[in-house]
Design a binder for this molecule. Structure first.
Ligand code: M6R
Length: 614
């Protein structure tokens, strides 16, 4: 979690850093801080709460500086307050540092430094690292770069750091291990640093993604020098950003989440653009082409992910098994990595991740790789850590997702998994030509059908009004609509703080049915298909206990319409593609309920968009 922004060059650092921190607030928003270096010295300002608090606090302060480091925090060690906010400064006031990640052995280093007489001001692991660098530099007289290098050799854990020193005022030094860091290269030795490219894109499109164990010195006179762990200098690999500034703005919507929900007709289309042609009856995912033979022969495919991405994996399981007849298991990355799983070179592990930075998913992938499995990725963020360590993969091309609650990333993940399943089914001969052609045409029609559902926004908002006061909610679905129920429940709880559970509809009578009374809204996916009648029976069971029933049904449905308190019609489609449509009303319902409850939709409490700590 946590977002880092830094700058050194010929411009005023303050506004670049503060603007960048606002773009990164999705990574953490419990406190923020900035340190600025000018010809007079170093000024550090820190404030609990959002970046706006920091801005207000610094209004009457000296904000000048040609170099600076900034941070927005999601607390790991120590409560969110001004003292624990970054940057942290060495005891002698010379060195200052921002950090994303966790220093696991910070306690022992801290005790050792306390033994040498140092007194710490904060509870953080970051301050310990700052003091360690300072201690090494003072005791050995080495330059800042060498001191950082030596300090990092003592550190166990994950970090992306930016360090600045009054003694060496023309440089900032950056280093990375397991936490992302991007360096933007401007004109005339102007350097921008950030946890992702979003704060950089408006200044330069030339970027270098730091790899693990790399340290870079960014000098406003001498340019950039990149080193590996053995202090051997390397040539930086400069890439061109494909990101556009307008993708990072709200574009007239009240919240990023609403904008992202409404972007789905476009993001789904972007996801299959150039990868599918219904008229010519082909589907092709260039990124994984050379692994497809291996995939159809694989012992099994394991999908690993967290949160919403895990729900997309569950939909993928239905698609791969039913269409391509490949054995699939879907695992929470955090459980998989600690379970001593049985994996070998015949297994294929697919990591699904919007950010491509989720710590548990990364670690699970590394474990699978070490056991010889082929590792593939389905990521949204181009150049992210997961997309870089995998053997191959397919991007979801949904564009930046800023709202903490995942919406368009989910439908894009499901779209990629559908394309994969279809491509593998064709190759393996487990789908007949007619079904294949029908599914491709249906998939091509999905964006326009999503739009039809989005056009029902006002109708959905009226339903939301009636349930904004609920304390609990149940979501039910069968087959590939079960993950949609899980996803619907997650959306509601994470942004409106209403307790919600997703269940397979038939499981309801094994426990959750005890919760149902006239106060309990039950959201059900009851679209036409093989399990329709079974779901209708489950609906009757809810109504018999006076539960309030809100059903997502296929247009033209009469049976559920007559029983339910509310129905939301969605267009008819192939049963495999229902998750892409059925999830949209739940996203809108959760959004409106959260807004009506005055919740912070884009930045819900305690959450961060990319979870880069375990
Ligand atoms: O970036 P990832 O897809 O790996 O993130 C996984 C989860 O942290 C994420 O889906 C989370 O559950 C969202 N807040 C859900 O809306």
């Amino acid at each position: 979690m946590c977002g880092i922004v830094a700058y050194i060059g010929n411009k005023e650092a303050y506004s670049i850093i503060v603007k960048g921190l606002k773009r990164l607030e999705y990574r953490g928003y419990d406190s923020s801080g900035i340190a600025l270096l000018n010809t007079e010295g170093l000024n550090t300002y820190k404030k609990q709460g959002k970046v706006a608090n920091l801005e207000a606090f610094t209004e009457d302060k000296d904000r000048s500086g040609y170099a600076g480091i900034g941070h927005t925090r999601w607390a790991t060690h120590g409560p969110p307050n001004d003292t624990n906010a970054h940057p942290h400064t060495s005891e002698d006031g010379n060195i200052t540092l921002v950090h994303n990640g966790i220093i696991e052995n910070y306690d022992s280093i801290r005790k050792e430094l306390e033994g040498k007489g140092y007194t710490f001001k904060s509870d953080t692991d970051t301050e310990v690292l700052c003091y360690l660098i300072s201690d090494i530099k003072t005791k050995t007289g080495v330059k800042l770069g060498k001191a950082i290098h030596l300090a990092l050799q003592q550190v166990v854990g994950a970090y992306a750091i930016v360090v600045m020193s009054k003694d060496e005022p023309n440089k900032i030094i950056v280093a990375r291990k397991s936490s992302p860091l991007v360096v933007g290269i401007g004109k005339d030795n102007d350097f921008y640093v950030a946890s992702d490219a979003t704060p950089i894109v408006e200044y330069t499109k030339q970027v270098v993604y730091l790899n693990d164990d790399e340290i870079a010195i960014l000098n406003r006179d001498k340019g950039m020098k990149l080193f590996n762990i053995d202090e051997v200098q390397k040539e930086p690999y400069v890439e061109e950003l494909e990101l556009h500034l307008e993708e990072l703005e709200k574009g007239g919507y009240e919240h990023f989440m609403l904008k992202e929900i409404h972007e789905q007709p476009r993001s789904i289309k972007d996801c299959f653009r150039g990868r599918l042609n219904a008229e010519e009856a082909w589907v092709s995912l260039g990124g994984i082409k050379e692994y497809e033979q291996k995939m159809i022969k694989a012992n099994r495919i394991i999908m690993i992910a967290c949160g919403t991405s895990w729900h997309a994996g569950l939909v993928g399981e239905y698609l791969f098994e039913d269409l391509a007849r490949i054995n699939v298991e879907v695992e929470y990355a955090s459980e998989f990595r600690y379970r001593n799983p049985i994996i070998n070179e015949n297994d294929i592990v697919i990591a699904i991740s919007q950010s491509g930075e989720t710590a548990d998913t990364m670690a699970a992938l590394e474990l699978a790789k070490s056991k010889g499995a082929t590792i593939l990725g389905v990521c949204n963020v181009v150049g992210s850590s997961i997309s870089r360590i995998t053997d191959a993969g397919s991007y979801t091309h949904a564009g930046p997702e800023i709202g903490v609650a995942s919406t368009k990333a989910f439908t894009a993940q499901v779209t990629v998994l559908t394309l994969m399943a279809l491509s593998l089914a064709k190759l393996k001969g487990t789908i007949c030509e007619t079904k294949f052609r029908t599914m491709l045409s249906e998939l091509e029609a999905i964006p326009q059908k999503v739009q039809q559902i989005l056009d029902k926004n006002d109708e959905i908002k009226l339903i939301a009004e009636q349930y904004q006061g609920a304390s609990n909610a149940l979501y039910l679905g069968r087959g590939s609509s079960f993950p949609v129920a899980l996803e619907g429940a997650l959306k509601l709880k994470e942004i409106s703080y209403i307790h919600a559970e997703g269940y397979p509809a038939a499981e309801m009578k094994h426990g959750p049915i005890a919760l149902i009374d006239e106060e309990m809204p039950v959201f059900v996916i009851a679209t036409s298909g093989p399990s329709y009648e079974k779901v209708v029976s489950n609906i009757q069971e809810v109504k018999a206990r006076k539960g309030k029933l809100i059903a997502v049904v296929t247009e033209g449905d009469q049976q559920v319409h007559d029983i339910a308190d509310h129905t939301i019609d969605i267009p008819d489609t192939d049963e495999h593609l229902v998750p892409l449509l059925a999830t949209i009303p739940f996203q809108l319902l959760s959004y409106h309920i959260a807004v009506m409850r005055n919740c912070n939709v884009d930045q819900p409490r305690n959450l961060a968009k990319s979870v880069t700590v375990e």
